[in-house]
Write a protein that binds this ligand. Structure first.
Ligand SMILES: Cc1cc2nc3c(=O)[nH]c(=O)nc-3n(C[C@H](O)[C@H](O)[C@H](O)COP(=O)(O)OP(=O)(O)OC[C@H]3O[C@@H](n4cnc5c(N)ncnc54)[C@H](O)[C@@H]3O)c2cc1C
Length: 424
């Protein structure tokens, strides 16, 4: 029996451990993690492959983290079943652990469609340290790669591989890369930056099947595109998307939409069972409802809130919203909220485009408040806009200044500045 059991030891699990220990230094606490090193920063996988980071510099918490927090860490072990009636988790190998409070922080897993040749040696995903290590082991003997999927993960994989001297082709089914987080203009700028860095970008198509090498059918030798064209390559990275890892709760009474539905205290509908991070559908302050928001800081924060509540200290999750902050080949990009609404007629759109400086800014307003923005090339002052968006501030009076060079905290109306930005 362990008072607290956490499945998953990454951002969410770590946030929960720290919160529990703040409130309850002695209650028995077990973390079950399939990964042998769970406490690394997943967003840094790209830097690991590009060799800009080592495993040591990727570590989000030190090797002594579990010991220092008096955690029974079952790393390299998988939970296989949860019995909510018996309050018990089954582990691979037959062990069982009973709990008083349980946190499900199992994160997401890469979506890999069935594809002819998908089982060949040289096909990888890009969401775990083990896949990065697999790619690393192949790179010495590889010259070219095809990355399937032009979203955040695919683009970061392409960047890492190009930086290692690999000839990369990035394939995106839709007409624009990064189409879930950027609009067409921003995505075209990002595509130009990628192309200039040496990545071949193919849009409007995907990979139909993966071919073997002429002398070794079981090893990747190329791909066939939907138009029938063949592209030779030594590696294929599948980066089509990430889906919540809900398999443990599929046949249970837990309330499940696309992810596990939680309230503002990170509680599921099952007594004493909490969820957080990429597996959970939690509060989004922009839509004032729940949705999947697979972001590292939100997973940590959700874990923290769950941990406090599990240990008896009431804490409420303030929520997050869609937000991407990235830097591809030195191009900084921040995209927040609703940037691509299907019907633009209800929105007011403010735009600044300076192609010669690779600068693009777009702000979307609805009923006087900022509901989304993209800053690309120059991301200064994005933080102020984020605060205005988060607090649903009516910016009608100052909207003409939002994109001006002078805009800043000091140019905000006195009352707003006092309310939102002055720390007493
Ligand atoms: C390449 C890449 C780049 C990213 N870049 C960014 C970024 O720039 N900014 C950002 O905010 N976010 C980014 N993310 C997303 C971010 O990494 C996730 O939001 C975050 O890791 C979610 O944390 P989590 O704790 O919910 O789950 P995860 O980090 O997915 O961890 C879940 C853990 O649970 C384990 N687990 C699952 N099932 C079981 C089981 N049955 N038994 C035992 N263990 C289990 C898994 O092995 C894993 O270790 C990126 C993700 C990737 C893959």
């Amino acid at each position: 029996m362990s008072k607290y059991v956490i499945i998953g030891g990454s951002a969410g699990g770590i946030g929960a451990v720290e919160a529990i220990r703040e409130v309850d230094p002695v209650g028995t606490l077990t973390v079950i993690s399939e990964e042998t090193v769970p406490q690394y920063s997943r967003p840094m996988i790209s830097e690991y492959v590009s060799r800009e980071a080592t495993l040591e510099s990727m570590k989000y918490r030190g090797d002594q983290f579990w010991k220092n927090n008096n955690v029974q860490a079952l790393t390299g072990r998988a939970a296989t079943k949860i019995d909510f009636t018996k309050k018990q988790v089954d582990l691979e190998g037959g062990d069982k652990i009973s709990y008083e409070k349980l946190l499900i922080a199992t994160g997401g897993k890469p979506f890999v469609p069935r594809m002819e040749g998908g089982e060949k040696d040289g096909v990888f995903t890009f969401t775990e340290l083990s896949s990065a290590e697999g790619i690393e082991a192949k790179l010495e003997h590889s010259k070219s790669a095809v990355v399937i999927g032009g979203g955040l993960i695919g683009v970061s994989a392409a960047e890492a591989l190009v930086k290692r001297g690999i000839k990369v082709t990035l394939v995106e089914l839709k007409d624009n890369i990064l189409n879930l987080i950027l609009d067409k203009t921003a995505s075209e700028i990002a595509e130009k930056v990628l192309t200039e860095a040496g990545v071949t970008v193919i849009t409007g198509q995907t990979v139909q099947r993966i071919l073997g090498k002429k002398d070794d059918e079981d090893t990747v030798g190329g791909v066939v595109m939907t138009d029938g064209k063949e592209i030779p390559c030594d590696l294929v990275v599948v980066a089509i998307g990430v889906i919540p890892r809900t398999e443990l709760v599929k046949e249970t009474d837990i309330k499940l939409n696309r992810g596990i539905v939680v309230d503002r205290f990170m509680r599921t509908n099952i007594l004493d069972v909490y969820a957080c991070g990429d597996v959970a559908e939690a509060h989004d302050f922009l839509i004032d409802g729940n949705r999947l928001l697979p972001l590292w800081p939100l997973a940590h924060l959700g874990g923290q809130v769950a941990g406090y509540n599990m240990a008896g200290k009431k804490a409420e999750y303030e929520g997050g919203t869609v937000m991407s902050s990235l830097k591809y080949f030195d191009l900084p990009v921040i995209a927040v909220g609703d940037v691509n609404p299907a019907d633009i007629s209800d929105y007011e759109v403010l735009v600044e485009l300076k192609p010669e400086k690779t600068v693009y800014k777009k702000i979307l307003l609805k009923d006087g408040s900022i509901v989304g923005f993209i800053f690309l090339g120059d991301i200064e002052r994005a933080g102020i806009l984020f605060r205005l968006l988060k607090n649903h501030v009516d910016v009608s009076e100052i909207k003409d200044s939002l994109l001006s060079e002078e805009f800043g905290i000091v140019t905000l109306p006195e009352q707003l500045r006092q309310e939102m930005f002055v720390v007493n």
